[in-house]
Design a protein around this ligand. Sequence first.
Ligand code: RUB
Length: 312
Amino acid sequence: MFQFVIDAAKKIKNMEIRGAARIAKFAAEILKNVAETAPSESFDSYMKKAASIILNTRPTAVSLYNAVNYVLNYRGETVEERRISAISKAKEFISWVENAQKIIGEIGEKRIKDNSIVMTHCNSSAAISIIKRAYEVGKKIEVIATESRPRLQGHITAKQLREIGIDVTLIVDSAVRFFMKEVDCVVVGADTITANGTLINKIGTSQIALAAKEARVPFIVAAETYKFSPKTLFGELVVIEERSAEEVVPEELLKIGVKVRNPAFDVTPRDYIDLIVTEVGAIPPEMAYVIIRERLGYSSIEGEIVDAKDLD
Ligand code: RUB
């Protein structure tokens, strides 16, 4: 029973499934599958165990936690009621993901000027939704996409935008400031937004924000409300995932004792953010607390998962 959950969790860990929204949707799909197949006599423990396996994959994107927590808030007197409730909660979460990105595109598009150059970083489906929509409504835009080392998610972004006909220029991450003077606005996604409006996103995002502020270029974040972290309201700090050295350098350098650090995400203070485009509106980062209270609620801290299984 748990083998398919373990296999699915490995896909998240090795980044076959990546990006905060995709990870969250995939987690809800796995839990839906568990809810459909778990034996009645141990339904609750199967759900909890599956949740803990899924949560022990990548620590930074709160969307994963919010997805798991949403489904695990199933209710019912009998096991069959709880099963139906869990399945419908998983379905609800999946449609939340799908609808939110579309609405973010529609809202965010209005902030992209005609004849403009947009810079983006990594590969964010929410950011791409805004860029795509701006193009679809007839605006003439060009995109500068960063490579996003070491995993080169920028290549995915460049390909996705080219496929629909948008002009894309790919640059190395260290060229961001060099090109910033040509940029009209920056649009990035989010892995987590804290209660005080701080953004956690792909490593390098904070440097782009710094360069954008210096050049007075608007810095826009595209984030569904399930990217906001209720845990941070209760004082928890966001864990920044550090990935393996092998992602960065060839083994020969490691063999001679070169040390490598490979944080996958960084922290952008809210002062660098002009706007967060969510599916419930374009808000200033200072409104993060309201989003958490109204969209995620205090109940989101219930059902904290412990006893996570190590997948390595
Ligand atoms: C992906 C990344 C993306 C956010 C938002 O990191 O940082 O900007 O997850 O993406 P990784 P989306 O490739 O390490 O998962 O808008 O698709 O949720």
